[in-house]
Design a protein around this ligand. Sequence first.
Ligand code: PMP
Length: 392
Amino acid sequence: MRFATLTRQPDDPLLKIIGQHAADPRPDKIDLGVGVFRDEEGRTPVMTAVKAAEARLLETQASKSYLGPEGDTGFVQALGRIVIGDAVPSDRYVGLQTPGGTGALRLTAELLARAGVARIWIGSPSWANHAPIYRQAGVEPAMIPCYDLTSQTFDLEGFLAGLNGAAEGDAVLLHGCCHNPIGIDPDAAGWAAIAERVVAQKLIPVVDLAYQGLGDGFDSDAAGARAILAAVPEALLAYSCDKNFGLYRERTGALFAITPDADAGAVVLSNLLALARANWSMPPDHGAAIVRIILEDETLTAEWRDELETMRQRLESLRAMLAEGGRIGTVDLGAVAHGKGMFATLPLSPAQVEWLRDRHAIYMAGSGRINIAGFNVAAVGRFHDALRDMAA
Ligand code: PMP
């Protein structure tokens, strides 16, 4: 009776909020909880470039026979070109397709463990799944508190001071852009300082890039990641196409490893393929095939980039609308507007989050994290009013 030794694990708190929101009969309820992009009508539509690529795939795909643990190599190469660009020569990196960004992160954790890396340093708070992924693989997460919610700022000095505790060969996790859950990224000088420090202490950077194109723009959003990758002999880049191609459930991502030279790259790739085989054997094909078809076709690429830019602009304009509320109680909405991407975390207590839900049908994570895309014009006004009501 081995199962009797297991203890019940807590439910995902966000799933509970989703359930409560669904059961709420109030017609003007606002869902800021779930982490997916939404349009003004609250929908998460399939992008038209994706639909077109799917139609082409349906027509042309002749077989569903297995690929291999590396997945769709055309997808990996096309993605490497637009994400890494010329920050690193192509003979200095290898890549493979993974089930989403999560699958890529899981492989970074297992590769680090296999390479004898004991610890990964993570700015806190971070995406709730980061610490468990590394812990599960035997790499101890070391958290560095470095965000101030009241001023909505990233504390670079605090982050670098935290890294003083790192030993040579430790890993450090960096959100490439559009930090989840804070929405605040280092500026160019901050990235340069982090790169310098990573080199000086001989740390291995693991860059998690899950929202490229939803912050400042597609290339600008990769600038920090590229600065880091260009500075070091060894690094890992976990990439998700699930937000910027709207592919979520298709689980589309990739892992790139930067190595000193091609020979080292071949060894690293052979390890990644072995780990992938032992985890999922090979990744699901559909999402990666769609991304490959889009990236190999100029017209579809342009169409996708236009749609992504429209999504990005929607987030930017919602932030500007939110900012018009100014400072309300403890919340400085003007500062929130400086953030990038889908998320911000407001300085609200769990009791205040609950009050907003009960009194005003506004749903957000207990941490105060909000999904900016959950707003529309009317909801922004209602949100301002609710915060004023709470501050009164
Ligand atoms: N990294 C971060 C920071 C994320 O927010 C997410 C998704 N919420 C992921 C990685 C994983 O993305 P995917 O859905 O592609 O596994």
